[in-house]
Write a protein that binds this ligand. Structure first.
Ligand SMILES: *[C@@H]1O[C@H](CO)[C@@H](O)[C@H](O)[C@H]1NC(C)=O
Length: 249
């Protein structure tokens, strides 16, 4: 079969893109020594109990991939490499904490660690090893039937101090900035990432609030996402508010 130069280029580009999407990076993973099945609800990301139970408890602490909190909520496919014990698929985890062990990139929940195995017996053997060689790659997070949701932190103090985290962000991009805008005169205020996934502001704008989220991709592309729903004027600590938007994957 003779291929013209343009079609050859297209073929090459396709191959490169495919390879890029499937490249795994070698590393090591351990698991939370004291955890029961799930992750921790005092994780560095500030997700609270949500951080232990999201994704069925398949969660992880990250070391470098934590990226000063930008990595909170990211999803990774992690698979161990011992062919006797490990499945090809491995497990998909959500980053909810920061931590590192001996040369590890991930400290998985016990449940997630065991789920890299082919069988229950293999899971017991993996757990006995404690730390294992793995391969990982970033993947899109997927939350079917969920919109991005604002969880107002319990430490918020209406109307003086507002802190919140964002739940259920789909895809493989990062939210790198968040603005709050008054809906009447469109005065906006840029928020601080105080730690982990927690966005805060003292003296938040008043009235119903419109949130804007800056979505950044690895290739440098950026776009603002604007929710359909506002945060109500009388927002309350501990409440959750559905933004009415989600990132298509
Ligand atoms: C997500 O938001 C849309 C409005 O933009 C709404 O129609 C839909 O019910 C919401 N989905 C869920 C699961 O709440």
């Amino acid at each position: 079969m003779a291929l013209s130069l343009p079609s050859l280029l297209i073929l090459l580009t396709t191959l490169l893109l495919t390879t890029e999407a499937t490249t795994f990076i070698h590393s090591r993973a351990a698991y939370y020594p004291n955890s029961d099945e799930h992750g921790t609800d005092v994780g560095a990301c500030g997700f609270g109990s949500f951080g232990a139970t999201i994704n069925g408890g398949d969660v992880s602490a990250a070391s470098d991939l934590y990226r000063d909190g930008v990595g909170c909520g990211d999803c990774y496919q992690v698979r161990c490499t011992n062919s006797h014990y490990c499945s090809d698929k491995g497990v998909t985890v959500v980053i909810t904490d920061q931590g590192s062990g001996p040369n590890t990139d991930f400290i998985l929940s016990r449940r997630a660690f065991g789920r890299m195995a082919q069988t229950n017996d293999a899971a017991a053997s993996l757990l006995a090893l404690g730390v294992v060689d793995i391969e990982y790659r970033r993947v899109s997070c997927s939350y079917p039937n969920k919109n991005i949701t604002i969880k107002i932190d319990e430490n918020s103090n209406y109307p003086y101090y507002l802190a919140f985290v964002l739940w259920y962000q789909q895809g493989d991009k990062d939210i790198t900035a968040v603005q709050l805008c008054e809906t009447q005169n469109f005065v906006c205020k840029l928020l601080d990432r105080s730690y982990g996934a927690v966005w805060t502001t003292t003296s938040p704008p008043s009235g119903p609030l419109s949130l804007r989220m800056l979505l950044s991709g690895e290739d440098g592309d950026e776009s603002w996402i604007v929710p359909v729903n506002n945060i109500p004027e009388n927002w309350k600590a501990g409440e959750t508010y559905d933004t009415g938007v989600q990132i298509d994957i």
